[in-house]
Design a protein around this ligand. Structure first.
Ligand code: MEV
Length: 322
């Protein structure tokens, strides 16, 4: 039996814009997905036959690892809200890849897991996905992804994706903070409505192809992300919060917010340094950066959402040793 764990993620700045090569910054959160593999007579997920349409990520990874003839029973347990912009499919893919490698007797390699999981995400997301969620889940901590890190961070690896019209490239590196102080915490608020990443990515693609103003919103998110990176590096948390607010305004212009996300964000703003939707939007989660986590969590619950408190830093993916 082999088990692997991979955390979910929260995007501080840059969702959607990163699909087009702009930078994004994300952190691993303290909850995630555990995958357990045991030898069996046939492939199954939670005791039901493996279905490529229900589990496209898992099916893709089994095929790419050339292990279709080594059937296993797959058990999945998740501490994440489902389809909520917390990177549950990325965490599932990363944990699955680590567990598959270990079951083949190979050393666990977080970069390889990130690369395989990114391709699995792209496959399931109609061909368009940045490596943000999968890289953050694999590496843990705070991660920057961009088509050009321009000396802003050391590159740990490069991810590529074949898309109609060519190859997209993203550099991925860690963000290290130069601060002595304890960072504020993040509180995520689930709006209760699922967020469909593939659909929202396609919606943004359609929106920017016919509207220069909306394309400029994506460019502005890229510029704000670079400002957010400088603020983060120096531990200027108020500036980090203000940049989150500014990113949210741009995401709202791109029609990615919902009335419930707006309610939750308004409810937490008086007790937060900053708040925004996180992930693909159209539902899913918002998040707040705050020194008053209990108050923010309470405000989210009172406004009808579900709250999850997570420290600013959480570890990345790992094999769970028996
Ligand atoms: C989803 O968590 C983040 C998006 O930017 C999509 C992606 O990066 O692939 C919306």
């Amino acid at each position: 039996m082999v088990s692997a764990y991979a955390p979910g993620k929260a995007i501080l700045f840059g969702e959607h814009a990163v699909v087009y090569g702009h930078p994004a910054i994300a952190v691993a959160i303290s909850k995630g997905v555990t995958v357990t593999l045991s030898k069996s007579d046939s492939w199954s997920v939670e005791n039901r036959p493996l279905s490529p349409s229900r589990h496209p990520h898992i099916n893709w990874l089994i095929e790419k690892n050339c292990v279709t003839d080594k059937p296993m029973s797959i058990k999945i347990s998740s501490g994440l809200f489902p389809a909520a912009g917390q990177g549950s499919s990325a965490a599932l893919s990363v944990a699955m890849q680590l567990a598959l490698s270990r079951s083949e007797g190979l050393p666990s390699n977080p970069i390889e897991a990130a690369l395989f999981a990114h391709q699995a995400e792209a496959h399931a997301q109609s061909g368009l996905a940045s490596p943000t969620d999968t890289a953050t889940s694999s590496m843990g901590g705070c991660v920057v992804v961009s088509n050009d890190l321009k000396g802003t961070a050391e590159r740990t690896f490069q991810a590529t994706l074949e898309v109609p019209g060519g190859t997209r490239r993203w550099d991925v590196g860690p963000v290290s903070l130069q601060t002595e102080e304890e960072p504020p915490v993040l509180v995520l608020g689930y709006s209760g409505t699922p967020s469909q990443t593939g659909k929202m990515v396609s919606m943004v693609a359609a929106l920017i192809s016919g509207d220069e103003d909306r394309k400029r919103d994506l460019d502005s998110i890229g510029e704000l992300t670079l400002m957010g990176l400088v603020a983060l590096r120096s531990g200027a948390w108020e500036a980090v919060g203000m940049t989150m607010d500014a990113c949210h305004d741009k995401l709202r212009s791109l029609a990615l917010s919902t009335p419930m996300l707006e309610n939750l964000i308004s409810a937490v703003r008086p007790h937060s340094l900053g708040a925004k939707l996180t992930g693909s939007g159209g539902g899913g989660c918002m998040m707040a950066l705050t020194y008053d986590a209990d108050r923010v969590a309470q405000s989210i619950e009172m406004a009808g959402g579900k709250a999850m408190i997570t420290p600013f830093f959480s570890d990345g993916a790992r094999i769970i040793e028996p």
